[in-house]
Ligand binder design. Structure first.
Ligand code: TEU
Ligand code: CA
Length: 559
């Protein structure tokens, strides 16, 4: 691969607790991942992004780290990690670790010290403020409900936590904190890991003075999602991190960035490489949030195709030649792609999963596949609150239904079924045997019952499965510079049913026509004309009718 190998790579995301259990305790682990490397090799991906595997009390499934330099025992030992990394490299796979340094766990020894007094060596490692008129320093609500501040009597002060109270925010203003972070990054890079996915990295610099945020009527605390991102010093911090650490290694970085726009992303992901290689943006997955801002992301309305295209088109065109895109439909925080953007009804599941894969993998940027996406795994469709495990979902139910009375119970259950992060976290479906081949005992989290029909064994046995389709898309990306580097034009931005775009690279051209609906749609004559001098490259139906697209059909042409 070229020196900028991150542009040529396809990434596969592994949520470790839900991928493969090797020691029959019902929890996925490192040895389990190692057993599945040949599967990843067969799919053809280049890089694995592993969600956090560090020591953690798991209030937020590992995004609350108590020790950055040890492996959580349920996942295995450091020896298991070293073995996995070596074996991945043997299989020509690179490993990207999750770097969670906006906050730590409250069990981290820095915080255990920091909370004791105002004058210990770790006193300024976190963001502490005096009470204002006997209560919280400002009106910020945490991403996971309630206030973003928690009071500690020993200090007579509040600490800031943008997420759960067990996730205190680090004070990046303190140069010692920054050096600690750079040190722990070097620890993993010196082991040979090939990059980092940086958790909520654009939240590390807080708005100057920590002022109140605008608050929606009916809400107890302000929703800070659009308010706390991209703070005044974030680019300076990332440039420092780049000078001190990143630039000394041949690695790939992606920063998860809340409330990021292309205008801001061109700095984070600039092609000179002075900050990060790319960002995860939220604009497409954030579409069709609730019209009532006090209810935030919770809703069950489908996304309008014209809105989706407007967002993706903007990222494709505004970053071209300036920065690099990441491409994803889902991850461990999002509902399953086929349920959210396609149609998980058995009649359309495979066809729409392939259509979505094509639309994404034919764009400019680095594609990310979330475990199970490559076999078309679906949302789990839980019916009761008791079935959920994720603190975001459970807290939101209690807050919106019980505390604030903003949403009816049945409605909220429908919102959760559509949007809960738990949809992504049910165990990987390998076989139709007991516990789906994930484990031989009851897993830590319920399986989706549809593993009886949707599973890897089945996909590998079916020549035209979603799996083999992903395999072909990955091969095409690797072969065609046009797909990786070509520029992007939307041919039909106002159409409500069809996504049609063109990529151009030198005198090569690629046309992608996709039907996002469950009915046939006539192709505009302009599209038929455009494809006349192109040849068919790939698609998701056996035979096609020239003048129309079948339900969820996608077709790619090349010249
Ligand atoms: O997620 C960041 C984030 O903003 C999420 O709260 C996101 O908005 C939400 O999950 C969507 O509903 C990252 C991690 O990916 C997530 O798993 C962690 O819980 C969070 O940071 C805190 O570390
Ligand atoms: Ca295990």
């Amino acid at each position: 691969m070229s020196k900028q190998w991150f542009k040529d790579a396809v990434v596969y995301q592994i949520y470790p607790q839900s991928f493969q259990d090797s020691n029959q305790d019902g929890i996925g682990d490192l040895k389990g991942i190692q057993q599945r490397l040949t599967y990843l090799e067969k799919l053809g991906v280049d890089v694995v992004w592993l969600n956090p595997i560090y020591t953690s009390p798991n209030q937020d499934n590992g995004y609350d780290i108590a020790d950055y330099r040890t492996i959580q025992t349920r996942y295995g030992s450091m020896q298991d990690f070293d073995d996995l990394l070596a074996d991945m490299h043997n299989h020509q796979l690179k490993l990207m670790m999750d770097l969670v340094v906006n906050h730590t766990s409250d069990q981290h020894h820095w915080f255990q010290e920091s909370k004791q007094s105002r004058n210990n060596p770790y006193a300024d490692y976190y963001i502490w403020r005096d009470p204002v008129d006997g209560h919280e320093p400002n009106n910020w609500g945490s991403f996971f409900g309630g206030s973003a501040w928690t009071y500690v009597p020993a200090r007579g002060q509040y600490y800031l936590h943008l997420f759960a109270s067990g996730q205190p925010d680090l004070n990046w203003e303190n140069p010692k904190v920054r050096q600690e972070v750079y040190d722990l990054m070097r620890f993993w890079l010196d082991k040979g890991v090939n990059g980092f996915r940086m958790d909520v990295i654009n939240l590390i610099s807080k708005p100057a003075g920590l002022p109140d945020a605008p608050k929606a009527p009916g809400a107890t605390y302000a929703n800070i999602e659009q308010f706390v991102g991209n703070g005044p010093k974030v680019n300076a911090y990332l440039q420092e991190m780049n000078r001190e650490v990143l630039s000394h290694y041949d690695i790939m970085t992606v920063g998860e960035c809340v409330a990021v726009t292309p205008e801001v992303a061109v700095h984070y992901a600039n092609l000179e490489g002075t900050e990060l290689n790319m960002v995860f943006q939220f604009e497409h997955v954030g579409l069709s949030a609730n019209p009532n801002p006090a209810i935030g992301k919770w809703n069950d309305e489908p996304i309008k195709l014209t809105d989706l295209k407007a967002v993706l088109d903007r990222w494709q065109t505004k970053l071209d030649g300036k920065a690099w895109n990441s491409l994803y439909w889902n991850n461990h925080d999002q509902p399953r792609a086929v349920s959210r953007f396609g149609n998980d009804n058995p009649a359309f599941r495979e066809r729409s999963a392939k259509m979505l894969a094509t639309v994404l993998h034919m764009m400019q940027g680095t594609p990310y596949i979330f475990e199970g996406e490559e076999i078309g795994m679906t949302n789990v469709h839980f019916k009761q609150l008791a079935e959920y495990e994720d603190l975001e979902s459970i807290n939101a139910y209690h807050e919106l239904v019980e505390d604030e009375g903003l949403v009816e119970p049945e409605t909220m259950l429908s919102y959760l079924a559509d949007r809960s992060r738990d949809n992504a976290r049910t165990p990987m479906q390998w076989t139709n045997q007991a516990y789906a081949g994930f484990s031989t005992v009851q897993p830590w989290f319920n399986l989706n019952p549809n593993y009886a029909t949707i599973n890897v064994d089945q996909a590998l046995a079916q020549a035209d499965s979603v799996f083999y389709y992903y395999q072909q898309l990955i091969q095409l990306r690797h072969q065609e510079a046009l797909i990786r580097y070509g520029n992007f034009t939307d041919l039909l931005p106002d159409d409500q049913a069809i996504y049609a775009y063109q990529r151009q690279y030198g005198n090569e051209s690629l046309l992608v026509y996709a039907n996002f609906t469950d009915h046939s749609v006539a192709l505009a004559s302009q599209l038929i004309k455009a494809s006349a001098d192109h040849t068919y490259l790939i698609g998701n139906t056996d035979s096609y009718t020239h003048a129309e697209l079948a339900p969820y059909e996608v077709r790619v042409y090349k010249k």
